[in-house]
Structure formats: C-alpha cells, structure tokens
Design a protein around this ligand. Structure first.
Ligand SMILES: Cc1cc2nc3c(=O)[nH]c(=O)nc-3n(C[C@H](O)[C@H](O)[C@H](O)COP(=O)(O)OP(=O)(O)OC[C@H]3O[C@@H](n4cnc5c(N)ncnc54)[C@H](O)[C@@H]3O)c2cc1C
Length: 376
C-alpha cells in the first residue's frame, strides 16, 4: 500500500499535513465492496433485495424499536428485530421534495443510486428522531441529465476540450466552472458556500469543442450512468445532438432564442469569455488559463445541465454509540444508524469521509446492537 501526501480538500484549514491518501492496487471501491460481500457471506448474512422498509415498529409502553414494516412485491411484510434496528438507507439524493425543503435548490440529481429516497430519515422522523446536517451535501456541480431520468451524469464535468462555459438563467456566467475540488463548495468572502443554482443552467460551447471529444468519456469507471446504465456518449457528440439533448444553432443569437435566454446577454457573455481567453486571465471567476479556450467557431451548442451531487449528508442525529437521538437528545431505545443517513459532516466534508463513516459507524452500531438483550 502506498501513502501519497495530498493537499487535503481544504488546504487552508489546520491539519493539512496529516491529510494523506492511501493508494491501493486496483480500484479502492471494488476492493472494499468485495471485502464487505465476502464477510457478509462468511457470516451467513441474509440480504433481502426488493424489500423496501417503510415504517419502524415501536413498543408504545417502553418506546423500544421492535422491527420494521416493509413491502415486498406489493405485499406488506412485518420484520421483527432480534435485538435492535440499524438504519442505513443512505440519503435523499432522489427525493425532489426533500431536496427543495432541505438543500435550498429547486432540484438535484444523484450521480449514484437513484434508490436513495430518504426513507430511513422519514421513518426515524415519524418516531421523534432529531435531525442534523440536513442542508449539507457533497455537491452540487452541474452535469447533463437525460430528460426524464432521475439520475445525472458525472463525475466532475471535465471534457477533453476547454471551450465551454456554464450560463445561468440570465445568460451570464456565475462561477469558475472548473473549480470543483471541494464537493460543490466554492470560496466566498473568506468562507465556503455551496455553488449557487441559478436554473436553468446551460453548458455552451462551439464547433471546435464539439469535435474535441465526448462531453462524457468512454470506459468511465464509476457513477450510475457508466456502471449501471452503461451509456456510451458518442465520440463527437453527434448522437446527442441528433437526440435533441444538445441544441445546435448557427449563431449565438439563434442559440439564445432556442434555449430561452436573452440573445444580447449571451453574446456579451461569450465576448467577455473570449477576451479573457485571449488575455490568458479569467478576470470574472479566476478559471485557470490552461482550462480556457475561446468559443468562436460556429455552429454553437448548448445543453441544459442540472445540479448533480454524489450524496446528501443529513439525517437522524446520532451519538458516539451510533444510537439515534430524539429531539431531547435521548437515545431512541434499540434504534441505531450508520452511513450517510445522518452523517457527521455539518459543512466542510472531506473527500473519503463518507465511506470512512460507513465503516466506522457500521462497526460501532453492530458492536452495540449485539450487546442489547434479545427479546424472548
Ligand atoms: C459517484 C460517487 C462517488 C463517491 N466517491 C466517494 C469517495 O471517493 N469517498 C467517499 O468516502 N465517499 C464517496 N461517495 C459517497 C459514498 O459512496 C456514500 O456516502 C456511501 O456509499 C453511503 O453509504 P451508505 O451505506 O450510507 O448508503 P448507500 O450505499 O447509498 O446504501 C443505502 C442502501 O439503502 C437502500 N435503501 C434505500 N431506501 C431503502 C428502504 N426503504 N428499504 C430498504 N433499503 C433501502 C438503497 O437502495 C441502498 O442500497 C461517492 C458517491 C458517489 C455517488
């Protein structure tokens, strides 16, 4: 195993010297997954797929959690816990109502599993759990979404060409488009905030950029679109233009009309961008000069991009024993949690921390659950 010193996600914070990453042979996520699967098999852990938990069952006298109600192929199933219930149903990456309520964005789409719809969070809320970190997320950054799909492309948008910008509803740029090393957070007057989402956002580019390669690379090794959907973006983006996902126009004015933006503003935005490229300095948002190429060769193109994220962080508040707490900060008897459903990151999420928390709190929850007295 190799140790590689890294900058850390927030190099301006104390502790950066300790921030290192461990590089293993092969993809880390694959190795972790295989280890977990092997261990589950060794211990005869029964994994019930297509069994959606919907409700926690609680003893009214003692307040103890006794099990869950679930749905399997339209049938209601009651599952009695031997000792306790540990919730680990992930975040609310694909629950548009919760995204609007808690993340302050009009919408958002997962780059990972669309099956995380905040169920565990709502089940815990229903029996009085306190919530924390609901406004925190690992994102957003802007990516393409196939119309009608409930997941987005990703990871960070980094096509081979550099002649592209994002424009907001008012047809102006609103951020350094390539500054996404902090899981969607950008520096703002001495603090970090989530990048704003002035929707609809469009990615605008020209013919040179179109020909430079696919917006999303082939043989990509992670994210839902690549691993599960196995979508292959065409090498010259022509298939996506054909499908109408990318809008094409001979002039910027015509393009603006097609995507519902003000033509004069779009022309001005692109003029300013091209001037910055010529000067080798993005005076508006500080995009690095190596990632700047003018947008000048017709035809011009635009694709609508949505806020996409890897995951949400909020959920039921938990203590150091992985017990879920109620609004009086008292543990709800026999209810535990682990993973990103109620992660401990209140704001400055450090890359790598979510999986770490799954492992650490999964173990703590497991160790404490087994010490509970079994019911007769
Ligand atoms: C593209 C991508 C890259 C990432 N990279 C990193 C990284 O480099 N490092 C890092 O630390 N983190 C990373 N993350 C985040 C990390 O992967 C997640 O935070 C972590 O996997 C969450 O694990 P979890 O077990 O809490 O939830 P999940 O792995 O999301 O599992 C939750 C499970 O619960 C199931 N479920 C949901 N509702 C119900 C229900 N009602 N009943 C039964 N089951 C239900 C879901 O189907 C899902 O299988 C990344 C995420 C993505 C998407």
């Amino acid at each position: 195993m190799q140790t590689i010193p890294s900058q850390g996600e927030y190099p301006d914070f104390p502790g950066k010297a300790e921030n290192v990453c461990w590089d293993t042979e092969g993809n880390g996520f694959q190795r972790l997954w295989l280890t977990l699967m092997e261990n589950a098999a060794k211990r005869n852990v029964r994994i019930q797929y297509e069994m959606r938990a919907t409700e926690l069952v609680r003893d009214f006298k003692t307040g103890e959690v006794r099990g869950v109600v679930a749905e399997n192929k339209g049938k209601k199933v009651y599952v009695k816990a031997k000792k306790a219930v540990a919730l680990c149903t992930g975040g609310f990456e694909n629950n548009q109502e919760m995204i609007r309520d808690y993340l302050g964005m009009p919408c958002g789409y997962p780059k990972g599993s669309p099956y995380n719809t905040g169920d565990g969070i709502k089940m815990a809320m229903a029996i009085g759990a306190d919530l924390w970190h609901m406004d925190n997320q690992a994102g957003p950054d802007f990516n393409f979404r196939i119309p009608g799909k409930d997941w987005a492309f990703g990871y960070a948008f980094s096509p081979p060409g550099n002649g592209w910008i994002w424009i907001a509803k008012d047809a102006t740029r609103f951020t350094n488009e390539t500054y996404f090393t902090k899981h969607g957070k950008i520096p703002f007057h001495g603090v970090y905030i989530h990048v704003p989402t002035p929707l609809p956002v469009h990615c605008v580019f020209d013919e040179t950029m179109r020909k430079s390669g696919p917006l999303y690379p082939p043989n990509y090794f992670f994210c839902w679109w690549a691993m599960i959907e196995k979508y292959e973006w065409s090498a010259d983006n022509s298939a996506e233009i054909e499908k109408g996902w990318i809008v094409k126009a001979d002039t910027l004015k015509e393009l603006a009309g097609k995507i519902g933006k003000d033509p004069a503003t779009l022309e001005k935005t692109v003029r300013t961008w091209n001037r910055s490229c010529a000067a080798g300095k993005d005076s508006e948002f500080g995009r690095t000069s190596v990632k700047m190429t003018p947008i000048q060769k017709p035809p011009f193109y635009a694709a609508e991009f949505v806020p996409a994220f890897t995951n949400t962080q909020g959920g039921p508040r938990r203590n150091a024993k992985a017990q879920v707490l109620d609004t009086n900060r008292k543990p709800i008897p026999r209810l535990y949690s682990a993973g990103e459903m109620g992660a401990l990151y209140s704001w400055h999420y450090q890359g790598g921390g979510n999986i770490l928390e799954c492992i650490v709190f999964g173990r703590i929850a497991g160790e404490n659950v087994v010490t509970e007295k079994a019911w007769a």
